[in-house]
Design a binder for this molecule. Structure first.
Ligand code: G6P
Length: 475
């Protein structure tokens, strides 16, 4: 059946995994993209094209709880060069402020081009005439242009879930112009933050030579492309409801109990990624313990690290570093039955996350750079009793909205230590004042509002700009 709304993302919302008994099964995919887009899709009867993980090649389209899923297969070489290579070892670090050093390899770029062609071709096959196609994230930046060439009848939107870097960093990319042109195939290009949209428009003007005015880009073929910010969010009401459920309440108590009923529980939940600042945060916490500011008999830091991109070199190194650090901190500062850090390298279902959020007194979110960070928003939505403290990096997109968090600079260990202490010692009135304000923001700007504003803008009337323009010059 031809589809009227198509989501194109590198990953499907479900991941092909091997179950304990050795048979193949499905599990929810990791990351912010899936948690944000999934509820929108369920509500809209859309079709989702993406990779289910693994190298299986004969998966047929199937339905999952109101979503039509179209699996795209990838062979081992594509996984290595397109996914682990160009997407996650070239683009990812460049777009995150060079927190790690990006690698440039021409074969990786070739794989990126060919996989983007495959995704675009499959989309062109299944999209109905005049359908709306919404392409997601940094793995698929060439799809809008390729798809427009194949199917000029489509309305095409693109959304970037991660930061878009300033020109000074972006222009290191040997393929910078192709990427900008790829994105310009869309009618609407969405970003998390206004600064990211401005970076993009400036680069298009400088590097591709198109005329621009504020958030509009005028193309020589008569099209106008808009680049704007649409800060992403979560299903706030859904999370709150889950947090309020009896099962989650019981589980949250059990977690506290298992931890020895400490007076304070600190919590970090992140994909195990070097952008997240896990190392710095654990060090800051350990220094507070060592200095006697926090007592290991009275507090514990629960760090959940969700396995991610485990075959990429930088991620392997990070895992070893965190393993060593946690071992050292617990060896030096823990007591029998009282680890300083309770470290879990695993992913958990939403219910367990909600129970952890409910159990935690201080949520610690300290990325060096993050498009938005939905974990911070999930914590806030689960604190229905208006208590709990959020310590949040000012370099996460969420900091623009969650102004009442304890905002920190993750590069400043002393500043982070002070904020952790303040958040830990804050009186209940102060916590309530801050949490109430943050909850109001999250409830007003939930994921449905995000999707609705993007879709409304994308479906708006479009007129040719009617300007006479010279073709873009080679920059
Ligand atoms: C971030 C990205 C997503 C990605 C997710 C998980 O949220 O924006 O595009 O899917 O991380 O990473 P993975 O490499 O496992 O897909």
């Amino acid at each position: 059946m031809p589809a009227h709304l198509v989501i194109v993302a590198n990953r499907l919302p479900v991941d092909r995994v091997e179950l304990e008994d050795g048979t193949p099964g499905w599990r929810r995919s990791p990351g912010g993209l899936v948690s944000a887009v999934e509820p929108v899709m369920r509500a809209n009867d859309g079709t989702w094209i993406g990779w289910p993980g693994g190298t299986e090649s004969d998966l047929a389209p199937f339905d999952d709880d109101g979503m039509h899923l179209v699996p795209m297969s990838m062979n081992a070489r594509e996984i290595e060069e397109f996914y682990e290579g160009f997407s996650n070892a070239t683009i990812w670090p460049i777009y995150h402020d060079l927190v790690a050093k990006p690698e440039f390899h021409r074969e990786w770029w070739d794989a990126y081009v060919s996989v983007n062609h495959k995704f675009a071709a499959r989309t062109a096959e299944i999209a109905a005439k005049g359908a709306t196609v919404w392409v997601h994230d940094y793995q698929l930046q060439l799809v809008p242009q390729i798809l427009r060439e194949l199917r000029p009848d489509l309305r095409i939107g693109f959304y970037l879930h991660i930061p878009f870097p300033p020109a000074e960093l972006f222009q290191q990319l040997p393929w910078r112009r192709q990427i900008l042109e790829g994105l310009l195939g869309a009618d609407l290009v969405g970003f998390q933050m206004p600064g990211a949209a401005a970076n993009f428009v400036r680069l298009v003007r400088q590097r591709v030579g198109h005329k621009t005015h504020r958030d509009l880009i005028y193309l020589p073929d008569g099209r106008t492309v808009r680049a704007a910010a649409f800060p992403i969010s979560i299903d706030a009401a859904g999370f709150e409801e889950l947090a309020q459920s009896e099962a989650v309440g019981v589980r949250s108590k059990a977690i506290r109990e298992a931890l020895g009923n400490p007076a304070k529980i600190f919590l970090g939940i992140d994909r195990l990624d070097y952008t997240k600042g896990i190392y710095a945060r654990l060090r800051a916490y350990s220094e507070l313990l060592a200095a006697g500011e926090i007592d290991v008999e009275e507090a514990v830091f629960v760090q959940v690290a969700v396995p991610s991109r485990e075959r990429v070199e930088q991620y392997k190194i990070l895992r070893d570093e965190i393993d060593r650090l946690v071992g050292r901190i617990n060896g030096d500062l823990g007591r029998i039955g009282r680890p300083a850090i309770s470290y879990l390298h695993s992913s958990y279902p939403r219910e367990e996350m909600a129970a952890l959020y409910r159990a935690a007194d201080i949520m610690v979110v300290t990325p060096y750079r993050d498009g938005m960070n939905l974990v911070a928003k999930e914590y806030v939505s689960c604190r229905f009793e208006n208590d709990g403290a959020l310590v949040l990096s000012e370099f996460a997109g969420a900091a623009a909205e969650l102004r009442q968090a304890w905002l920190i600079n993750p590069y400043d260990i002393n500043g982070m230590k002070s904020a952790l202490l303040e958040a830990c010692r804050a009186d209940p009135k102060e916590l309530t004042r801050r949490m109430k304000a943050m909850r109001k923001t999250i409830i007003q700007h939930d994921v449905a509002a995000w999707a609705e504003s993007f879709m409304t803008e994308l479906s708006g009337e479009r007129f040719a700009h009617g300007k006479t323009l010279r073709p873009a010059e080679q920059a």
